[in-house]
Design a protein around this ligand. Structure first.
Ligand SMILES: *Cc1c(COP(=O)(O)O)cnc(C)c1O
Length: 357
C-alpha cells in the first residue's frame, strides 16, 4: 500500500527548522521575553502585509477576539450577530465579554453568515456584527458594511483562518473596523505555540487594544480600564517573523493544491470550494453528496486522513443552549462537510480511491 497521507504534518523542513532555531536562540540570549523588539518588529511586518495601520500582537486568536470586542466597548446588555457555523471561539468571545451572541444561519455555498438573515437579526441592542472568513475565504462585505454603517454598529472580522485571503484587492484584517487573527500551529501562518493579532485602521481602537493587552494600562502605574494579560511573547514573535517571510510561498502552494483538487475531483460527487487566488483553503473543505462517514471510512482504509470542521453547528453546542435558535443550514453543513489534507500528493490519491467506485 502507498504511504499514509496524514491530515497535517507540522514538522518544518530542514532549512525552515534551521531558521527557526536561529531565531529562538537569538531570543534566548537577548534577555527580553515578553513584548520586546521581536514583537514590535513582527507587528510592523505583519501590519505591512495585511495593509492595516495598526497590528497588535496578543496571546491567541480567541484573545484577539476578546480584546477586539472590549476595545469596541461591547459588554453586558449588548448583542453581537455571529454565524451559526464555525469555531466555538467566535461566539465564546462574545459571551466572555458579557454580551449576547445572536446566531444567524449561514449561506450554504460559502458557509458565511447570510446577509438577509443578519439584517433581520439586528435590534436596538446590537453593538457589532462579527463575521468569520471561514475556511480562508473572505465574507463578501459590501452589503454588510452598508448595513453596519446605517445601523451604527461595528463590523468585526474573525480572520483566524484567513491570513492572506483577499476581497477585491484588500487583505482580510483590513476590511472592517477591527480584525482578529490566530497563529495556532495549524493556521496558514502558524507559530510553534499560541499567538494572535488584532488589526485596525482606527487609532482609538488600536490604543484601547494596546492598553487592554496589559491589564488596561493607560500610563506608567495607571490602569484606566479592566483588561487582562493578553501579551504575545518574544519567542513566538521571533518564530512568526520567520514563518511570515515564507507566507507568500505558503499561500501559493495552498492555492496550487486547491487547483489540483479541482482537476482531480471534478467528476466526484462532492461540492468543492470555489477556486480563487483570493482564498487560502484553511482548511480545504468539501461538501459530500451522499454518505459522508462512509466516504471518510473508505479514505481512512486507504491511509488518507481527513477531518471534520465542524461536526456540530454552534447552535448545537451545549454551551450555547441559552442562545439557541433554529439554524437548518448550519446543522446540514455539520452533517455534510469533510476537510481533505492540503498536501500535494493528496488530490491524486483521493481521486484514485473514488475512482475504484
Ligand atoms: C482558530 C480559530 C480561532 C481561535 O484561535 P486560537 O488562537 O486557537 O485561540 C477563532 N476563530 C476561528 C474561526 C478559528 O479558526
Amino acid at each position: 500500500m502507498a504511504d499514509r497521507v496524514p491530515f497535517v504534518d507540522l514538522r518544518p523542513d530542514a532549512s525552515l527548522a534551521a531558521e527557526l532555531e536561529a531565531a529562538a536562540a537569538r531570543v534566548v540570549r537577548s534577555g527580553r521575553y515578553v513584548l520586546g523588539p521581536e514583537v514590535e518588529a513582527f507587528e510592523r511586518e505583519i501590519g505591512g502585509f495585511v495593509g492595516a495601520r495598526h497590528a497588535i500582537g496578543v496571546s491567541s486568536g480567541t484573545d484577539a477576539l476578546i480584546v477586539s470586542l472590549l476595545a469596541l466597548g461591547v459588554g453586558p446588555g449588548d448583542e453581537v450577530v455571529v454565524p451559526a457555523f464555525g469555531f466555538v471561539a467566535t461566539p465564546e468571545a462574545v459571551v466572555r465579554v458579557g454580551a449576547r451572541p445572536v446566531f444567524v444561519d449561514v449561506d450554504p455555498a460559502s458557509y458565511h453568515l447570510d446577509v438577509a438573515r443578519a439584517a433581520a437579526a439586528l435590534t436596538s441592542r446590537t453593538k457589532a456584527i462579527l463575521v468569520v472568513h471561514l475556511f480562508g475565504r473572505c465574507v463578501e462585505l459590501a452589503a454588510l458594511s452598508r448595513l453596519a454603517a446605517s445601523h451604527r454598529v461595528a463590523l468585526v472580522e474573525d480572520a483566524a483562518q484567513a491570513i492572506g485571503a483577499r476581497l477585491h484587492g484588500t487583505q482580510a484584517g483590513a476590511l472592517a473596523d477591527v480584525g482578529a487573527f490566530s497563529f495556532f500551529p495549524t493556521k496558514t501562518l502558524g507559530g510553534l505555540g499560541d499567538g494572535g493579532l488584532v488589526t485596525t485602521n482606527d487609532d482609538g481602537i488600536a490604543q484601547a487594544a494596546r492598553s487592554l493587552r496589559v491589564h488596561g494600562s493607560t500610563q506608567r502605574d495607571e490602569f484606566g480600564r479592566i483588561g487582562g494579560n493578553f501579551r504575545l511573547d518574544e519567542l513566538q514573535a521571533a518564530l512568526l517573523r520567520v514563518k511570515l517571510r515564507r507566507l507568500p510561498e505558503t499561500l501559493a502552494e495552498r492555492r496550487s493544491i486547491a487547483r489540483g483538487y479541482a482537476v482531480a475531483l471534478a467528476a466526484a460527487p462532492l461540492d468543492l470550494p470555489r477556486l480563487s487566488d483570493d482564498d487560502t483553503y484553511n482548511p480545504y473543505v468539501v461538501r459530500v453528496r451522499g454518505d459522508r462517514d462512509a466516504l471518510r471510512a473508505r479514505l481512512a482504509a486507504a491511509g488518507i486522513e481527513t477531518a471534520i470542521y465542524y461536526p456540530r453547528s454552534l447552535t448545537q453546542q451545549p454551551a450555547f443552549a441559552p442562545w439557541r435558535v433554529p439554524t437548518p443550514e448550519a446543522d446540514r453543513a455539520a452533517r455534510e462537510v469533510l476537510a481533505l489534507p492540503l498536501r500535494a500528493d493528496a488530490p491524486a490519491r483521493i481521486a484514485a480511491v473514488l475512482g475504484r467506485g
